[in-house]
Write a protein that binds this ligand. Sequence first.
Ligand code: SF4
Length: 231
Amino acid sequence: MKICGLNKTTLLDYPGKVAATVFLGGCNLRCPFCQNGGLVLHPGVEPEVPVEDVTALLRKRQGILDGVCVTGGEPTLTAELPYFLSQIKGLGYLVKLDTNGTRPAVIRKLLEQKLVDYIAMDIKSSLEHYEKVSGIHGMNLEEIQESVRLVMEQAPDYEFRTTVVRELHKREDFESISKWLRGAKVYYLQAYRDSEQVIRREFTSYSRAELEEFKEILRGTISSVQIRGLD
Ligand code: SF4
């Protein structure tokens, strides 16, 4: 397996925990606002971090770090993911998995094997506009819905999150999402941020006041709704 990046310490990626973050390359979606363009489009040319370097760091930081975030790209595409997570768990760490939810069979297996403690699943948009926002025509929305069910019913802890882009999301999307995710525990509205890594650099963010309006819509059906990514 190819690890394309390692952040040795973060207070931001795993809510309430001190963590390291591991980046795996490759993704099966093409969200035009994606912040990790290099990892998604050209994982083969990204620098590689040896797995042994990651496990050595985790051995050294036992007692200092609480957990490890595994992100991408889309980590569930990596065949060696279960083995890698079992190595991390074997060192006594909590595991947070970031996923786009396109591979519910993998998520189910990881949950059955108790290899994840926290799942952060992207909700790209309402089901009506999922294809546009994920950049994939003809994608299987049943799989996304199945992943939502699995996460809500079986994940030890979880969040759903949407990167909110002015040019891609409208108020109606959040009305639809609030019906779809009724009963969910935690949902984050993440303000879009421009950077050099974005796949298509043509987007802007909503203001805090506008995001607060979306938050109010979602709070009707979701216990905790929070805004992330604004200064
Ligand atoms: S935002 Fe996530 S799911 Fe979308 S292309 Fe980027 S890595 Fe893949």
